[in-house]
Design a protein around this ligand. Structure first.
Ligand code: ADP
Length: 483
């Protein structure tokens, strides 16, 4: 029988109030990995109450010396590094990605705690001049109890991207992992106990979006929601947050442009472009899914991209030879296959379509092979909507003005990649593209020390670096009359 998991509430593992569970499956085989507690509103209420008590009662937050907060976060980072092999394996089993990628995720998750542990002792305010007769101190305080709702494409990393800055800021949290990939969040919960986090500081509730996520969003005891996921759910959450003016940070989708100019070093640009759309099975919010190529190098880049797609080895992420795993779920496979069907139907030219792995053990897996479409029209659904799968749409262009217009012709604004040897052209394009992250001669790096987040409908607010910390702080002005 598969392992059965509980909820982490107030430092203890507890059964869900309604006694219900759901299965999480290995997307490479469709086999059940574990049975996971299905939290409902009662469980969320218990978790929020515990987080509230830890925050208001002084177990965490302003009442705890910053050094002590930092020590606990460093301890958690050390435990994540100790267990990197086990956690990477768990991540691959639960979400499908190749083991090497999962290992990178876990190491970066550990670094996230180290980075923000350092920040815990460096949160300072300001003393703005307000004249000779008064002193005005602007201090930073934790926003309070935070509901953290994370997706399934980087389960542990996305969780830590929120948990680490929230705890460093002094907030207490209720973490709700995606129902498709709850296992590493539960492991993080176990490690948090070992690291000595006081009860209630980090609570983990597993369950579906509507049953466990929504009660967290609407709970009056929660001060802030930080969400990463689809645009539709982000919009819904923001509407719900309006009811009690809850603070909200949203990291949503994208339809990011990847622009290859004719003067680019194609030996870098082609594999970088391929990584941008095929990396992590294309299940990446910043995937470079619209690939714009200057006409004089169009055939070379398209040919190179098709070669890269052909070189992909699709299979179980646990197999060391595999470079692309299955999609996370049958539903996600259905969605992506739906977009591939639409691409064909609406007249995009199919430059390459791979094949599924034929190994019988993988027959029940949710595989979608890499696919490359060509089109001149940005009106096609595949050129407009986020697909979240390994489906590239390649479009030719003739000059800088045209390509920046096309790059910005989207409701999204998360990321963009620009490939050129001309530094002037790179900066001009970087300034013209309306996106929160612009890569020049690279694709997808997201250093935890920098900033991450979208323009337009890709989200609200920023994560990572000092910006990610700021998202969990409130400013308070203390005005003292001196005269
Ligand atoms: P996807 O459609 O790709 O699964 P979602 O945006 O639905 O992406 O999921 C991201 C996260 O949001 C998951 O943890 C999911 O459970 C959660 N979620 C989904 N619907 C809701 C909702 N109505 N309220 C709160 N959280 C939700």
């Amino acid at each position: 029988m598969a392992d059965q998991h509980q909820l982490l509430v107030d430092g203890a593992w507890v059964d869900p109030a309604a006694g219900e569970h759901f299965d999480t499956v290995d997307p490479a085989t469709g086999e059940v990995l574990a049975s996971v507690a299905a939290a409902g509103a009662d469980d969320v209420d218990r978790a929020v109450t515990a987080a509230r008590r830890a925050f208001d009662g002084g177990a965490w937050g302003l009442a705890v010396p910053e050094r002590e907060r930092a020590e606990k976060l460093f301890a958690l980072a050390t435990l994540l590094r100790r267990d990197v092999d086990e956690l990477a394996r768990l991540e691959t089993l639960d979400c499908g990605k190749p083991l090497e990628d999962a290992r990178w995720d876990v190491e970066e998750a550990a670094f996230m705690f180290e980075y923000y542990a350092g920040w815990a002792t460096k949160i300072t305010g300001d003393i703005p001049p307000v004249g000779p007769e008064a002193l005005s101190l602007v201090v930073k305080e934790p926003v309070g109890v935070c509901g953290l709702i994370v997706p399934w494409n980087y389960p542990l990393l996305m969780a830590c991207q929120k948990v680490a800055p929230a705890l460093a800021a002094g907030c207490t949290v209720v973490l709700k992992p995606a129902e498709q990939t709850p296992l590493t969040a539960l492991a993080l919960g176990r490690l948090s106990i070992e690291a000595g986090l006081p009860p209630g500081v980090l609570n983990v509730v597993t369950g579906t979006g509507p049953a466990a996520g929504e009660p967290l969003v609407t709970h009056r005891g929660v001060d802030k929601i930080s969400f990463t996921g689809s645009k539709a759910v982000g919009q819904h959450i923001m509407r719900l947050c309006a009811d009690d003016l809850k603070r909200v940070t949203l990291e949503l989708g994208g339809k990011s442009p990847n622009i290859v100019f004719a003067d680019a070093d194609l030996s870098e640009a082609v594999p970088g472009t391929a990584l941008g759309i095929f990396g992590n099975q294309g299940e990446v919010c910043s995937a470079g899914s619209r690939i714009f190529v200057e006409r004089s190098v169009y055939d070379d880049v398209l040919g190179g991209l098709v070669d890269e797609a052909r070189a992909v080895t699709l299979g179980s992420g646990l197999d060391p030879d595999v470079t692309m795993g299955p999609l996370v779920s049958a539903l996600q496979r259905e969605r992506v296959e739906g977009y591939i069907g639409l691409g064909k139907q609406q007249g995009a030219r199919l430059a390459y379509e791979g094949t599924r792995p034929d190994h019988p053990a993988l027959a029940g897996g949710f595989f979608v092979p890499p696919t490359v479409f060509e089109t001149d029209s940005l009106d096609l659904t595949i050129a407009r909507e986020e697909i979240f799968g390994p489906v590239a749409t390649v479009v030719p262009f003739d000059d800088v003005d045209q390509v920046t217009r096309m790059a910005n012709d989207t409701e999204y604004g998360l990321a963009a990649a620009i490939w050129t040897r001309d530094i002037g052209k790179a900066f001009a394009a970087a300034k013209a593209v309306r996106a929160g992250v612009v890569w020049v001669n690279d694709s997808q790096p997201a250093p935890s020390e920098a900033s991450w987040g979208g323009f337009k409908q890709s989200g609200i607010g920023r994560e990572l670096g000092p910006y990610g910390l700021e998202a969990f702080l409130e400013s308070k002005q203390i005005y003292v009359k001196l005269a």
